[in-house]
Design a protein around this ligand. Structure first.
Ligand code: HEC
Length: 396
């Protein structure tokens, strides 16, 4: 891996002035260290069985998943547990050959939970991985919570449901816009009573109708559901975008430069200044974060743990160009306008204040104004600050 970094850095230094290249090297090193999962090339068929010998020989890396708080269910019982949640630590391994790629995910869960047919208050443990349908040079990162209108993703989902093998593949453009598809994917998930761990292996062809993963750096993200905490749908834990390195393919230097922007996020700027910038620019009028909890819940995504689930470059784009990724309203029907006239079924219309976007000529436009006037340094301070936000325990 060291060699790969060096080659990439040398390539970049020829593009940039030497002073800049030093800074580049630093952020690429950090990015490689924390965000890149090394895919191991193998010649043989890759087993889907999590207990197969091959998986003992592949080196893994830890991935952290944060409780997703922007999505709230109409379920007090589930919401109440959010501040008590812990980070989910998953061990991730990747193997690939000339045709297929397989991703192994292992995590601790002391309370294996299986959804039964009869008990509607019992929810399934589950896991999913997603890949953007397109990525690479010139293509921005999707919303990590299952894509958005400009960035469809393919999601592979496995849940533990009694009596059937519940696995699905979707193309998703965000909440409420899932299309189930048929892909030659295989998934297997097993529980180990001794170690109290779940392990799942996802295997798919490198190239499918929807996406081609034959690339040096492949974005991937993870979600895990803990059924015993009533988790289901958007109530889950979520990783940020990680990147699988496939050594057989060349890393596009422009893409590497793009995705490694802002690493390490706590060093690109001053978080204390960044907080001031957030307050001066009125972010707290719509968002809740840190000790800023006055915005009505649901008016905009809750940013209390945004530093855990968002990559620095994604944060930058969210602030400068909110229309590139427009997050679909997570729970639009939770808020009603009780001042308006109810319809014939005595139901009030939705309260527009909680709608996250408007449609202009059929295109979604974010209600968030672009903050493209911020200076480069103010922007870096702001991103440094947003990256420190990993305090879902603040959730109220
Ligand atoms: C007028 C209300 C409003 C203001 C002011 C506002 N935002 Fe937003 N923001 C939104 C809405 C609505 C969304 C979700 C729609 C979208 O994707 O743009 C959003 C999305 C975001 C996201 C993406 C969140 C995610 O989960 O991916 C970030 C990050 C963000 N805003 C940061 C900021 C920052 C930083 C400021 C201040 C500089 C700010 N916002 C000011 C309304 C606002």
């Amino acid at each position: 891996m060291k060699k790969g970094v060096k080659i990439a850095a040398v390539g970049l230094s020829s593009i940039f002035l030497s002073g800049l290249a030093v800074a580049q090297e630093e952020n690429i090193k950090e990015f490689m260290k924390y965000e890149v999962l090394n895919g191991q090339y193998v010649k043989e068929e890759i087993p889907v069985d999590p207990n197969a010998y091959l998986w003992k020989t592949v080196r893994g890396k830890k991935v952290f998943l944060y409780p997703q708080i922007s999505v709230r269910l109409n379920d007090k019982q589930a919401n109440r547990l959010i501040p008590k949640k812990k980070l989910v630590e998953a061990m991730v391994k990747v193997a690939y050959n000339n045709d297929s790629i397989a991703v192994y995910v292992r995590w601790k869960d002391n309370t294996p939970s299986i959804q039964t047919v009869y008990d509607t208050n019992k929810f399934a443990d589950g896991v999913s991985i997603e890949f953007p349908n397109s990525f690479g040079k010139g293509i921005t990162l999707p919303y990590v919570g299952m894509g958005d209108g400009n960035h469809p993703v393919t999601v592979y989902l496995q849940k533990v449901v009694e009596g059937r093998d519940y696995q699905k593949v979707f193309v998703s453009e965000g909440f409420g816009s899932l299309t189930e598809i048929k892909e030659p994917a295989q998934i297997e998930m097993k529980y180990n009573e001794k170690t109290k761990e779940w392990t799942a292996v996802f295997k798919r062809p490198l190239k499918t109708e929807n996406s081609n993963l034959k690339a040096g750096l492949v974005p991937v993200a993870f979600a895990i559901w803990d059924g015993s905490k009533f988790e289901r749908d958007g109530n889950k834990s979520l990783s940020r975008w990680k990147f699988i390195k496939l050594g057989k393919y060349k890393i596009d230097e422009e893409y590497l430069k793009y995705v490694s922007w802002g690493y390490p996020a706590d060093k690109i700027g001053d978080p204390a200044k960044g907080k001031k910038i957030a307050l001066q620019n009125g972010c707290a009028a719509c968002h809740r974060f840190d000790d800023q909890l006055t915005a009505p819940q649901g008016m905009a995504p809750d940013l209390s743990d945004i530093g855990g689930i968002a990559n620095p470059v994604y944060l930058k784009e969210s602030v400068v160009n909110p229309n590139d990724v427009v997050i679909r309203n997570l729970n639009p029907n939770r808020h009603y306008n009780k001042h308006a006239k109810p319809d014939k079924f005595k139901a009030y219309p939705n309260n527009d204040m909680y709608q996250w976007y408007i449609e202009v000529n059929g295109k979604k436009q974010s209600k968030m104004p672009p903050f493209s006037h911020l200076s480069e340094q103010d922007l870096k301070d702001l991103i440094a600050y947003l990256s420190t936000l990993r305090n879902w325990k603040n959730f109220k």
